[in-house]
Every structure is written in C-alpha cells, then in structure tokens.
Design a protein around this ligand. Structure first.
Ligand code: C2E
Ligand code: CA
Ligand code: CA
Length: 559
C-alpha cells in the first residue's frame, strides 16, 4: 500500500469530518476551519479511502452513517487511520455509546448539539495530544529503555506468535535464555554506570549475532533471551548458537578497562523440548540453571534428564518456605505525600526478606520466585493482614494514614483475596477506605472473569484501587476509566527523566490526562527538589520517593 500523503512543513494539520447530514458537517467545518485543513466524507467507506491516501491528525465522526452501524464506524476508521485521533459524536441519550467508542480506541466523544466551537477545538487538541502520548507510551512499553532490545512483554508476544506459526506450518524454532555470570558482583564492584555500559554492549553483540527476523530481548537485570526461527537454512541452529556464544569471546572495553564477561545459556527447541509457551520457557530455564550449576558449561541444550536436576528452583522454593515459616518476611513502609498539603496521606507496605543476620533483601531478589512457586498467595495474604494490623495500630495513635499494599497478578487471580481483605479490615476495625490496593495495568488488560469479579468486589467494599508503574505497560487510559480506578502511580522511570524534554512532556501529559479522567496522580521515585517543583507545577497530587522518606519499619522516623 502507498504511504499516505504526509503533512508538509508549514501546512495546517488535516482533520476529517465523517458526517452524512450536510448541515452538521458544515457547522463542524465552520468550527474547525480556522486551525485545520478540513475534509468531509459522507460515509465511512469514502472516509477510509481518504484516510489511506492522506495523513489526518484527527477524525470527527458521526455514529449514524449510511454504511456503518454505530461503533462499526470506529473500528473501520481505526484500521484505515491508525495514527489519527478519533472523536465520535453521539446522540443526546447515547453517552454510553460514546464511552464504548473510547474503550474501542477512540480518544473522546461529544454529544451532538452540546458543544460549540471552543468546545470542539479543545476536544480536538486534547484528543490529538492523548493519541500522541498513548502511541509513545506504547512504544516505550515494548522496548527496554537501557538497551533498546525487546522487553519481557514483547518477548512473550513474539514467542506466542512464533509458536502459533510453527504449530500451523509444522515449523521449528529455538528459545534461549542467556544469563550473565557474576554480573551482580561486577556491578557492585565497578559501579552502575559500568554495569549499564556492559549490558548495552552485550545487547548490541546479541543483536548482531542473530538475524533480522529473530528476537533478542532483555528480560530484566542481566537476563537476556532469544527466539531463533529455523525458517530458511542459510545457517543451522547450532551454528547460530555458536555465533551467540562467540559474542562473549572478546572482552568488553569500558573506559579503557577490558572486562571479560561470560554467560550461561539454556536452549530449548520446539517441538522437542515442549509444545507450549510455558513448557518451552521452563525447559530453557532448567537448561540455563543446569549450565550455571556445571562450571565450564556455557551452553546447555534442554534434556528431559535435567528436569530432575532442576534443583535450583526447588531449592529456592524450600528456602522461601522456611523463611516464611520462620517469620523472616517483614514489611517496611514508605510515606506518600499530598503535594498540596505537604503531609503524609498514605504509606505503602513494601515486603522485605530479613535474614537472621539482619540483612534485608529487596523484593526484586525473591518476588519472582514467590510468584513462580505460588507461594506469593500465602505471603501476599500475610502482607494484607500485617499491613492492616499496623494501620490500625497507627490509627489508635492518631495517625490517620491510608495503607497501600501491592498485589501481584497471581494473587489477584485467586478466590481468597477478597475474603482475606474483608476479614483483615473487620478484624482490625478499619474502614475500607483506609486500604488501597496497587495493581499493574497488565493485570487489568487481562480482563478475565476472575479479575473482573475481584475488581468489582473491591469496589463494592470501598477499597481504593491504584495502578502501579503506570506508563510501563499498555497505557490504555480507556481501560482505567472502565474499571473505576482511583489513582495512577507514574512509574519512576518518567520522574527520573523530568530533566529531559520528553520525560517532562510525557509526565505532564499523563498528569493532565489522568485528571481529565477523574483520577488522582501519584509520582513515584521523587528524589530531588527540582523534580518536586516540576511535579507541583504540573499539578501532580501526590509524591513518593527518597526525598520524602525511604522505606522504613516505622515511616514516622523516615519522613
Ligand atoms: P513498587 O510498587 O513500584 O514500589 C516502589 C519501589 O521503589 C520500592 O522498591 C521502593 O523502595 C522504591 N523507591 C521508592 N522511592 C524511591 C526513590 O526515590 N528512588 C528509587 N530509586 N527508588 C525508590 P522495593 O521495595 O525494592 O520494591 C520493589 C517492587 O517489589 C515494588 O515496586 C513492588 O512491585 C514489589 N513489591 C514490594 N512489596 C510487595 C508485596 O508485598 N507484594 C507484592 N506482590 N509485590 C511487592
Ligand atoms: Ca507499588
Ligand atoms: Ca511502582
């Protein structure tokens, strides 16, 4: 298909009006003509044809058109003009359909006869801004910030795609986990800057080792993964793996120091090692741990015999179970400040593993094991109960702060969560509004019957709901609206980029869009006064971060 005709510099942005009533079309045209080049189509098919040949910044569409029944117009326009912001115009008693259009992907809706020139102008500006931000956030959500490789979510999406194709066409492919050896030690020893430089270089070498249609991803920390397609046989899978390993032969030069980095690789091929996503990943993981446990082996191909030796995982489970039974899991609390009143309005409970010698391990070092072993359900229930107990204790001392707890998706999808929350609230005589549950966007997007039930249950109880790490997932504001979320927590990565133009623009856009949806906005990871000033200037409601207080056993000593 030919590229749609782009707007030339200096040219006014184009807007397309899709409306079959000439009087309505003319009125909208009149409203928009001072700022935009306005085009009109009187049915959806004509609009789609125009949108494919010309780039529009915005589309204003009626929903009663001769060739599309209601929302059909929106889906067709989304397909024909994926880059354009869409505003629908609904009838008087039809606001509900406007909301559904927004859920479908439109940016806004207006009620016919209820808007004037200014209203339309403003709606169009907001819609265009919102579309732009949503696009940028989606892009950021799919790639790892540090290395530019695909991130975990994208890796899973691609794996699913490759798997489906292999199933249909009896194809073959290989999944490989690549984990750097002793990276943590190197990072601690040389510092994070050098660590980051190493990760970027490793990423670059992996990218060069694989072919254009393969996937190289960074799953987090020093963990990488590859999907190697076996289509086309210019190079055998074995040769390809050798090329990947060879990427670690040359020492990495960082600021004049030659660092030798080695990696352990676990390899699993479809269909021998497994025929489902979960089985393949488990196989690659097992092989990788096997390689790590056998010094000298840098690459292990999954062999069912390793399954029995998949000890590291089981060892981890046993250790965690014992730790939990021994009461080694503890909570720290971090204050959340109301930026207007400059006082603590909530505290967030953060889980720690306290070793008998007193060292505190952060969740990053054990949460994923708790999740993969299912232990997160028991530990998570304990977190809810313990957090409620502490909140009640502080209340009796006159400290009326809300308590926020993190709930992982695995936990959210169990039946017991609601009961645990209800019981904890009533045991400690806490009002439901004193509790806030933090979940991620990806959990909302999963949209299963179970998550819907739990979400509705929480709302019925009156528990507050906030979206954690906003901006790192799908960033679909429409979804937040639909699930009556109370607050957005902007991910730390945006706050740390407030000094650059894009970071500042995105943050202020998220705050503005959040407010327009009636949500409160919390900034995470506020570390400097200059960040605080900017957030206040953008009208952010709450802030959390080292500037206000680090997580501590008693937040009152931290603040
Ligand atoms: P989160 O929910 O985003 O929690 C905020 C994290 O940011 C905490 O890390 C906190 O210590 C850190 N932080 C706060 N302010 C600043 C700052 O100004 N600068 C920097 N650099 N960091 C800051 P932590 O405690 O290591 O927790 C990591 C993650 O583990 C949490 O991220 C949360 O997703 C998860 N987590 C913690 N406790 C629980 C829990 O009880 N259950 C579940 N399911 N997940 C938990
Ligand atoms: Ca959180
Ligand atoms: Ca967060």
């Amino acid at each position: 298909m030919a590229e749609p005709l782009k707007k030339r510099a200096g040219e006014r942005p184009r807007v397309l009006i899709v409306e079959d009533n000439p009087a309505d079309a003319e009125l909208a045209m009149l409203y928009l003509a001072s700022k935009y080049s306005v085009f009109v189509a009187d049915h959806v098919h004509a609009a789609a044809v125009m949108a494919r040949s010309m780039e529009f910044e915005g589309i204003l569409t009626d929903l009663t058109l001769p060739d599309a029944f209601e929302l059909e117009a929106v889906s067709k326009l989304l397909l024909a003009a994926p880059e354009a912001a869409i505003i629908v115009v609904t009838g008087l008693d039809d606001e509900l359909i406007g909301q559904r259009a927004v859920q479908l992907g439109a940016q806004d809706y207006l009620v016919k006869g209820r808007f004037d020139g200014d209203g339309l102008d403003r709606a169009m500006r907001y819609a265009v801004e919102r579309k732009r931000v949503e696009k940028r956030l989606t892009q950021l959500a799919h790639y790892d910030h540090l290395t530019g490789l695909a991130n975990r979510a994208t890796f899973r999406d691609r794996l699913q795609m490759v798997l489906e194709r292999a199933r249909r066409k009896s194809g073959r492919f290989t999944v490989a986990y690549v984990d750097l050896d002793d990276f943590k030690a190197a990072n601690d020893c040389f510092g994070h800057d050098i660590g980051d430089a190493v990760l970027r270089e490793v990423a670059e070498r992996l990218r060069r080792a694989v072919r254009g249609y393969d996937t190289a991803a960074r799953l987090g920390g020093d963990e990488f993964a590859l999907i190697l397609d076996h289509q086309g046989d210019e190079i055998s899978p074995k040769q390809l793996l050798e090329r990947v390993l060879a990427a670690f032969d040359e020492p990495i030069d960082v600021r004049g120091e030659a660092l030798r980095i080695t990696a352990s690789m676990g390899v699993a091929s479809y269909p021998e090692a497994g025929t489902t996503e979960a089985d393949l990943l488990k196989a690659a993981d097992t092989a990788m741990f096997w390689a790590k446990d056998h010094p000298g082996t840098s690459c292990a191909v999954y062999d069912p015999a390793h399954g029995a030796e998949g000890l590291p995982r089981r060892r981890a489970e046993l250790l965690l179970r014992q730790a939990f039974a021994a009461g080694e899991f503890v909570l720290q609390f971090q204050p959340v400040m109301c930026l207007r009143e400059r006082q603590v309005s909530a505290v967030e409970a953060l889980l720690r593993w306290q070793k008998p010698d007193g060292t505190l391990l952060p969740p990053a070092s054990f949460i994923s094991s708790l999740e993969s072993t299912g232990l997160i359900v028991d530990v998570g229930s304990w977190v809810v109960r313990e957090a409620c107990r502490r909140a009640a204790e502080w209340r009796t001392q006159g400290q009326l702060v809300r308590m926020a707890v993190n709930i992982s998706s695995r936990q959210f999808e169990t039946d017991g969560l609601l009961a645990t929350i209800e019981e904890s609230l009533s045991t400690h005589g806490l009002p439901a509004g004193a509790l806030e549950v933090e979940i991620t966007e990806s959990l909302l997007m999963r949209d299963t019957a179970q998550t819907k039930r739990t979400l509705r249950g929480l709302k019925d109880l009156g528990v507050r709901l906030s979206i954690d790490d906003f901006g790192t997932g799908y960033s679909s504001l429409a979804y937040l609206h639909r699930f009556s979320v109370d607050a957005l927590k902007i991910d730390r990565s945006f706050i740390s980029r407030l000094d650059d133009l894009e970071g500042a623009t995105l943050t202020s856009a998220i705050i503005g869009m959040g407010h327009r949806l009636g949500l409160e906005v919390v900034a995470e990871g506020v570390e400097t006064t200059s960040q605080l000033e900017q957030l206040c200037a953008h009208g952010c409601d709450f802030g959390q971060g080292f500037l206000f207080g680090r997580p501590a056993f008693d937040w009152r000593s931290a603040a």
